[in-house]
Design a protein around this ligand. Structure first.
Ligand SMILES: [Zn+2]
Length: 309
């Protein structure tokens, strides 16, 4: 019944997300720039994020900005500007630690510190969370919900990356899943290959794949009836960021490939589709899937794996 609207080509079901962190926060450079060095690095995130806001504003596109708490503390006006421009402010945690490397108590402290600070800055509840490097794991989900989050957008249904996390009950064909009562996962998009997928959600993959091929993929995902979830980092439109010695060739490639072309590509992509924040995408999905939990059980998903308790 409600699936009729969902199954037609849904060109208006694309969500834009920006992970607001600076060039020195990334996992690929961690071996060369430890946490203790962050305060000595040149802060470029504010200028790069303001440029992203201009590009979005030029196309009346709205997005979710997953802000790192560390950035929010140093750039409070940036967070206020994001919210004032009509975008959703969500959390990228505080210290950019891989979730599965933390103990649950430390994870809880990290997400609460970030959430409370962002809420103080904007005066609005923070609903969404994205794990650093998509490092989500099952034990983190109830902690996120207890902390007051309503959704997570950290799952990438692929086997193509060594650092990505895992969640039971998710696959490339079902990008939005109700994990628990009133808590949803909105996975980052992949091109489906069986239960797995080729990452097609942004970041280094967006910089690597030819732009026309990328757009063909986005249209194919939307035509299949799935929503589309894209992500980018402000440092990806900044080819002038410092070069870092002491990282291996793979990490350097992942971090720097096609940085100089990314802003132009991103601006084209923003203009080519209609974008909305993730929170809004999930609300639309909920409205068109009132029986989503029953649907999952009908498909043979074990209740425990999708958190239907
Ligand atoms: Zn990140």
């Amino acid at each position: 019944m409600a699936d009729a609207a969902w199954d037609r080509p849904n060109i208006d079901m694309a969500a834009m997300s920006i992970d607001v962190e600076d060039w020195f926060h990334v996992e690929n450079l961690k071996s060369a720039i430890p946490r203790a060095e962050w305060d000595r690095c040149e802060l470029r995130v504010e200028r790069n994020t303001m440029r992203i806001l201009e590009i979005l504003d030029g196309c009346r596109a709205r997005a979710t900005f997953f802000v790192l708490g560390w950035v929010g503390e140093r750039c409070p006006n940036l967070v206020r500007n994001i919210a004032a421009a009509g975008h959703e402010v969500a959390s990228h945690g505080y210290g950019h630690e891989l979730v599965y490397s933390l103990r649950p108590g430390a994870f809880r402290d990290d997400i609460l510190r970030s959430k409370h600070h962002l809420e103080d800055l904007t005066g609005k509840p923070v609903r969404g969370y994205r794990a650093p490097c998509f490092s989500i794991t099952d034990w983190a989900v109830p902690i996120l919900q207890d902390a007051g989050f309503k959704y997570d957008s950290s799952f990438v249904p692929t086997v193509a990356h060594d650092r990505y996390g895992r969640l039971n009950g998710m696959d490339a064909g079902r990008p939005i899943v109700r994990l628990r009562d009133d808590f949803y996962e909105a996975g980052v998009s992949c091109m489906r290959m069986g239960r797995h997928g080729i990452p097609w959600g942004g970041g280094g993959y967006f910089r690597l794949v030819p732009y026309r091929v990328w757009c063909w993929g986005v249209r194919a995902i939307l035509r299949s009836g799935s929503p589309y979830v894209f992500y980018l980092h402000p440092w990806e439109i900044d080819p002038g960021q410092p070069h870092v010695d002491g990282v291996d060739a793979v990490a350097r490639f992942r971090h720097r490939v096609n940085l100089e072309r990314c802003e132009e590509r991103f601006a084209s992509l923003v203009a080519a589709f209609e974008w909305r924040p993730l929170g809004e995408l999930i609300d639309r999905w909920k409205a068109s899937h009132p029986g989503a939990e029953a649907t999952m059980l009908d498909r043979g998903m074990p209740a425990a794996s999708v958190g239907v308790h």
